[in-house]
Design a protein around this ligand. Structure first.
Ligand SMILES: [Zn+2]
Length: 312
């Protein structure tokens, strides 16, 4: 996608500076040697948080392997790829080591989303950090074979787990989620979940189910959550969302009905907003304190595109 396709800037996690260099994953010896290179670097992640070192220039997320180990990172590495030819790895860290970090002045551990929103981590590094976060999380949750229950072993630089007993191969999963801006003439449909910040409304979203098309998932989720029927589903862009491992598929849809019935199990509220009102929310200038989604999220860009350019 070219730069012009992002008239409003970019959402997080969409530009990866790493060459995944997947051809190197099968060579264990080479990966081991790369880990020992002076230019090897690692991102250290713990659940939804990232470990950073404090230098004189400020916080730094990309650590040397030695720094990562000294901060208490687990020794197992996941090969994320090459950055300007230098190998970059993902590493996890245990809760006890994280506790110790909290007392140190030269390092910090903080929630990734907050750091990204505050610009603590350069935006071009977010995608690589998302890779580390999703992969470390997958390994932590998939230590045993789903087929026979035996403990599995990491292979392919961390991109596969093998079962020594039944020989099953396990690959990291990515869960597709549709997220869509529904419009009806000069109005758009936005909803809010209970846990959203006060006054914030966003696009409706939901997981794609087994054997379901993106188009059907969009229509189904909209109907389930708001009672609105819609047609003319169009794709806009995707955003990796490492919580823990989703791919947000941004779409638009045109409503063919207007009466809203909110699914209160999913949403606290869903409403039609006029273009004028949505514009104020998008700019965070609404007089009642209503706000649209943060620029970090694809929903902000789906809304912004409609406000700026009209229907797709
Ligand atoms: Zn097995």
């Amino acid at each position: 996608m070219n730069a012009n396709a992002f008239p409003l800037g970019q959402p997080a996690f969409v530009t990866n500076v790493l060459d995944r260099a997947a051809h190197l994953r099968a060579d264990d010896e080479k990966l081991f040697a790369m880990e020992g290179q002076g230019n090897a670097r690692a991102y250290v992640v713990h659940r939804d948080s990232l470990v950073v070192k404090h230098d004189t220039e400020g916080p730094r997320a990309l650590l040397t392997i030695d720094e990562a180990l000294k901060l208490g990172a687990n020794p197992g590495t996941i090969f994320l790829g090459l950055r300007d030819g230098a190998p970059v790895f993902g590493m996890g860290i245990g809760a006890a080591a994280v506790e110790k970090l909290l007392t140190r002045d030269d390092a910090a551990v903080a929630e990734l989303r907050g750091m990204a929103m505050q610009g603590v981590v350069p935006s071009e590094q977010l995608s690589a950090i998302a890779m580390a976060k999703s992969m470390v999380s997958w390994h932590q949750r998939h230590g045993f074979c789903a087929n026979c229950g035996t403990r599995t072993a990491m292979s392919q630089g961390g991109w596969k787990r093998d079962c020594p007993a039944c020989k099953a191969e396990h690959f990291p999963r990515t869960d597709p989620v549709v997220i869509m801006l529904v419009t009806h003439g000069d109005k758009c449909l936005l909803g809010r979940q209970k846990q959203f910040p006060a006054g914030m409304y966003s696009c409706l979203a939901g997981f794609v189910e087994a054997a379901e098309t993106i188009e059907d998932a969009v229509r189904r989720e909209i109907f389930e959550e708001s009672g609105i029927r819609c047609s003319d589903v169009r794709y806009y862009m995707t955003q990796p969302w490492p919580y823990p491992s989703s791919l947000m598929i941004g779409c638009s849809a045109v409503a063919t009905s207007e009466e809203i019935t909110v699914d209160l199990a999913e949403l606290e509220d869903a409403r039609w907003f006029t273009r004028a009102e949505a514009t104020l929310m998008h700019k965070r200038e609404h007089p009642d304190g209503l706000a649209g989604p943060h620029p970090f999220a694809i929903a902000h860009h789906l809304l912004g595109r409609w406000l700026k350019q009209g229907p797709l």
